[in-house]
Design a protein around this ligand. Structure first.
Ligand code: ZN
Ligand code: ZN
Length: 411
């Protein structure tokens, strides 16, 4: 017996349908908003992610699946942004441009509820726009998308982590504050402070967090331009009618963010409560060898989002399953055109084999969990009706052929 690797899963049935419903809604919604879908290879040269995500981040240090073939080091993509930018540069595309991706990502994390080692992300990237208007715009589009699929009760957290200049000045301020308290920091935080100091705010330890509550925050130490950008993002969010809370301790786990960072959180999810995370990354394109290009984007975890949603997604029209039973082969042409009519109304429909006894066909209808069985036979033909049996109640009704379309619309 073979088993799937730890942290992976087989998607089938209802769960796959729910995920596909979110994907379909994203393609439709972001397509309307000028986002082009993009697909890049599942694996890239490992250096791309080392360079973009930051060599001292947890992701690059511990979580990327790397493999060597013919002395070349490859990696399964742990996130989408680096690949999108690499593709933009390599294909010499024109600015501004908007991308949508719906991809599997791979990280060697400890599996938890709603978190897998192969997981899905729906992401958007807006390349070539520097103005705060666009920060607000993509946050608002995220909110609107979530609402369109029926997600509720999420909150939006916002922060600015400035540019390299304000960060350097802030680092000294923070150092002064932390110096007398260094012994109270955990080992991880002491290490982080040396290599990647903003990341100390991600620490899960309460003792560290108490210290950081009173620490000076980067948002209060922004340079003039970054401060104005942040003020304007908030102004446009108010225009868009987007409620947000400022979280001065949110810094995001990736090195490449500049200025605006944000997360959409859902209260029911516990510790892993982020459903959308993103931010501005104005320096990454140049870092990867491309033209100086301001960019902003976010990624959504559909698996986690689904944990917050009802089994029947409100955004998805319930599709009924029909099973057609024929009483003899001569009814097959009727059944075939009936199937087309049912499919055209968005329902599922299976054909029975009209050469088989009705009892056998009924069994298959059960097997396929049909909501309705439609019988096509001599009586039906004579009377100009279909006999429809509702499987959950066992109720049978005779529906005139002329009224069947209207029945399907309301089924
Ligand atoms: Zn700045
Ligand atoms: Zn700590």
């Amino acid at each position: 017996m073979y088993q799937k690797p730890k942290g992976t899963r087989d998607l089938l049935g209802r769960e796959l349908q729910r995920l596909e419903a979110l994907n379909a809604a994203a393609r439709a919604f972001f397509g309307q908003n000028g986002y082009e879908e993009i697909r890049t290879p599942t694996f890239e040269f490992a250096a791309l992610f080392d360079r973009s995500i930051g060599e001292t981040t947890d992701i690059v240090e511990h979580e990327i699946y790397k493999f060597e073939v013919n002395k070349k080091l490859y990696a399964l993509r742990p996130e989408g942004t680096a690949s999108v930018l690499r593709a933009f540069i390599e294909n010499k595309l024109r600015l501004p441009v908007r991308f949508l991706y719906l991809w599997s990502m791979y990280r060697r994390e400890r599996p938890q509820k709603g978190r897998y080692r192969e997981f899905l992300q729906i992401g958007i990237e807006l390349l070539g726009e520097s103005k705060p208007f666009y920060d607000a715009d993509i946050i608002e589009r995220g909110k609107q998308y979530l609402q369109s699929v029926g997600a509720r009760d999420f909150t939006i957290e916002l922060n600015s982590i400035g540019c390299p200049e304000c960060r350097e000045a802030y680092r000294r301020t923070l150092e002064d504050y932390l110096q007398p308290n260094l012994s109270r920091l955990c080992d991880d935080c002491r290490r982080r402070f040396e290599r990647n100091f903003l990341r100390i705010f991600d620490c899960k330890k309460e003792s560290c967090q108490r210290l950081y509550d009173d620490a000076p925050k980067i948002t209060d130490k922004l340079c003039g331009e970054c401060a104005q950008h942040y003020v304007d993002v908030k102004k446009y969010l108010r225009y868009f009618g987007v409620d947000y809370v400022e979280n001065k301790k949110m810094v995001r786990g990736l090195d490449y963010y500049t200025r605006t960072v944000f997360e959409f959180k859902h209260g029911e999810l516990g510790a892993q409560d982020t459903i959308i995370a993103g931010g501005r990354y104005d320096l990454l394109m140049r870092e990867l060898g491309g033209p100086d290009t301001p960019c902003i984007g976010w990624a959504l975890g559909p698996e986690r989002l689904l944990l917050t949603m009802p089994e029947e997604l409100p955004s998805v029209k319930a599709r009924r399953a029909f099973f057609l039973i024929g009483v003899g082969e001569r009814y097959l042409p009727t059944m075939i055109s009936l199937r087309t009519q049912i499919h055209n109304n968005g329902h599922r429909c299976f054909l029975g084999d009209p050469g088989e006894p009705i009892k056998h066909q009924m069994k298959k209808a059960d097997r396929f969990k049909a909501d309705h069985v439609v019988i096509c036979g001599e009586d039906e033909e004579k009377e100009g009706i279909y006999t429809v049996k509702e499987m959950s109640t066992g109720r049978q009704s005779k529906i005139p052929v002329a009224e069947f379309e209207s029945f399907l619309i309301h089924a």
